[in-house]
Ligand binder design. Structure first.
Ligand SMILES: [Zn+2]
Length: 619
């Protein structure tokens, strides 16, 4: 089958960063998150320079427009996997810059359309999400099947972010439905309760919030979208079904002003009922239609900013439930008894649908959490003797007595290989912050330390990270443990990285001028030995940079001509060495843009010089 490109594209800026024609037919789609709410034009300029060493087939800008950077026939450089990119259409989607890297709805809707289009043009009737790396990569798709893959399977990245990752199944099912194929993955959901949960959780992306809302809906309507307020069934002489049918047919015309509560949220006030009715009519749906009511509820909630914000951020069902009760439903009775009752309903849904699967925030290990603990300690002064240890400033001195060492000595005697109070305490301070933030076991795991270790010493601490491959000499991240000294075998001081900017790393340290304090260093400060990087939950180990999805050099290229000149530098303005590569496969160690080559210049591993990548196909 010949390759084509999407008619949905409204902006094209072809990137030189690709491998030429793909070696595998298209049977995968890989959606990515840009890590930035960028436009298609910005993406185009990001992928334009050869120095970027990255590209994608399509991009979806923040406004939902589609850009093309690498034609479908060519292999883009997007997913950190040659094998994947040879067979995948890669799509960069504008997203937030932090977890969960959410997309705007318009971007997601476009992604659905684009996937439908890609499948149709490539002869596919189904888009599959198999949900698991090993299963997916081992799967051989049938001729009419397209398979979804994600970047995080091929590199240590969060991409496409947890927002999109949670929707991969939804994407597959929506696209497959539009393709008219039969779904194999997720059976159609018929259960009202499950439908409501999936909708709310999908929108709110927070299980506590979804459960808090759901408990309230249960209290209002027992989750029956056709529910007419009981007292009005008698007043109007109609059952739920009769009322719904009468409103739909128009034979009952007082829906808006009859003051009868109706539907999932028991909408009562005339202007809200009017809006609901208009919404149903515009959608061509029954007033009792579940999906219509959910869509309406979500639309209405956009006007309740503070309730919505609580739903998205609450860390308990109760907080979310209370917010809905007092800010959205606002029934006459908002007593504590009612609050407890509704939160109780919500908790049941939480336990049923989110319980074991959802990481409670309290159990999540994030860099932010340990930094918060460290910030609290700023100003704590080392003591002159083993007294007043819990006071921040009393008994200040320089005898190395601290509450940090005391806690290890007394409460956690198995943490170190002996008692530590009275000794240099910079490393104990770091350990103490982790212990306080995450508890004993998780703290040890994050610090890469065994029990009864010599982890109170900086050099030993450094080595524990190094042994696990979690020690880095540059590119610090918030939450890293920074080490100072004269060599990797002689670390003399340590602290926690609070933040990083282009020039400096900002830290919080213990035992710096006999206290806990913030410090700043140039990133190039020669005293910095490097950074131990705890494997925090959820967050990508590397902070994602806006579209820096380049594949690292070295990489392989195939040269198919006999007379490709080798030059002394990256450009035709450098002289020829007089040698040719000849046909074959070569390793490129570095890429630079330069005169006379669109795809850039590659430095040969042999040391012979530079070649134009225009004449080399990336493998
Ligand atoms: Zn990616």
């Amino acid at each position: 089958m010949g390759y084509t490109n999407s008619p949905l594209v409204v902006y094209t800026k072809l990137s030189p960063n690709h491998s030429g024609q793909r070696t595998h037919s298209i049977d995968r789609i890989t959606p990515h998150c840009v890590v930035g709410q960028r436009s298609v034009e910005t993406l185009g300029s990001i992928f334009a320079p050869t120095s970027r060493q990255a590209s994608c087939n399509y991009g979806i800008g923040v406004d939902g427009r589609v850009g093309m950077y690498v034609e479908e026939k060519n292999r883009s450089w997007c997913s950190s996997s040659n094998a994947n990119d040879q067979r995948a259409i890669t799509i960069e989607c504008a997203s937030d810059t932090t977890e969960p890297y959410a997309f705007k709805d318009v971007v997601y809707q476009t992604l659905i359309k684009l996937c439908v289009d890609i499948c149709q043009r490539n002869g596919k009737k189904k888009l599959l999400w198999l949900g698991d790396k090993d299963t997916t990569l081992a799967y051989t798709p049938k001729a009419d099947e397209m398979v979804l893959t994600v970047h995080r399977w091929f590199a240590n990245k969060s991409c496409p972010g947890s927002w999109m990752y949670a929707r991969m199944g939804d994407l597959a099912s929506k696209v497959t439905t539009q393709l008219g194929g039969t779904q194999v993955e997720t059976p159609a959901v018929t259960d009202t309760e499950k439908t409501i949960w999936d909708f709310l959780f999908g929108k709110i992306s927070n299980a506590y919030g979804a459960a808090g809302m759901m408990g309230n809906l249960y209290a209002e309507s027992a989750l029956k979208p056709g529910n007419l307020q009981n007292s009005y069934e008698k007043i109007l002489g109609m059952t739920d079904a009769e009322y719904t049918a009468a409103v739909d047919s128009g034979s009952y015309s007082n829906f808006v002003k009859d003051s009868a509560g109706y539907g999932l949220a028991q909408w009562t006030y005339w202007s809200r009922k009017q809006a609901l009715l208009q919404f149903a009519q515009a959608a061509g749906k029954s007033i009792g239609d579940l999906q219509m009511q959910l869509d309406f509820l979500w639309k209405e909630l956009q006007g309740y900013t503070s309730v919505l914000n609580t739903l998205k951020t609450s860390t308990t069902v109760k907080a979310a439930s209370d917010a809905v009760l007092t800010g959205y439903e606002r029934p006459a009775d908002q007593s504590d008894t009612v609050k407890e009752k509704r939160a109780g309903y919500g908790q049941k849904y939480f336990d049923k649908y989110a319980g074991a699967k959802t990481d409670k925030p309290a159990d999540t290990c994030t860099a932010a959490k340990v930094i918060a603990v460290a910030v609290e300690q700023i100003g704590y002064k080392e003591k002159a003797s083993n007294a007043s240890l819990d006071s921040k400033t009393a008994n200040a001195g320089s005898a190395n007595y601290t509450k940090y060492a005391r806690d290890f000595d007394q409460k956690y005697p198995n943490w170190y290989n002996g008692k530590k109070n009275g000794y240099a305490w910079c490393d104990m301070f770091v350990d103490w912050c982790f212990l306080t933030a995450f508890g004993y076991k998780k703290a040890l795991a994050l610090l890469c330390q065994p029990e009864r270790s010599a982890g109170a010493g900086c050099t030993y601490s450094l080595r524990y990270y190094k042994a696990k491959g979690q020690f880095h000499t540059n590119n610090p991240q918030p939450g890293d443990q920074i080490f100072f000294g004269t060599s990797l075998d002689n670390s003399t001081h340590t602290g926690i990285v609070e933040s990083v900017d282009k020039k400096q790393v900002h830290t919080i340290e213990g035992n710096t001028s006999n206290q806990v304090a913030r410090r700043n260093y140039s990133l190039t400060n020669s005293r910095i030995l490097g950074y131990g990087r705890p494997a925090y939950d959820g967050a990508p180990v590397e902070t994602p940079q806006p579209v820096t999805e380049s594949e690292a050099v070295p990489f392989l290229v195939r040269v198919s001509i006999t007379d490709l000149n080798i030059r002394k530098g990256p450009g035709t303005n450098y002289s020829r060495t007089g040698q040719y590569t000849g046909k074959g496969v070569f390793t490129i160690m570095e890429v630079k843009s330069g005169q006379g080559s669109t795809a850039g210049w590659g430095r040969l591993k042999s040391g012979a010089g530079w070649i134009s990548l225009d004449y080399a196909a990336r493998l």
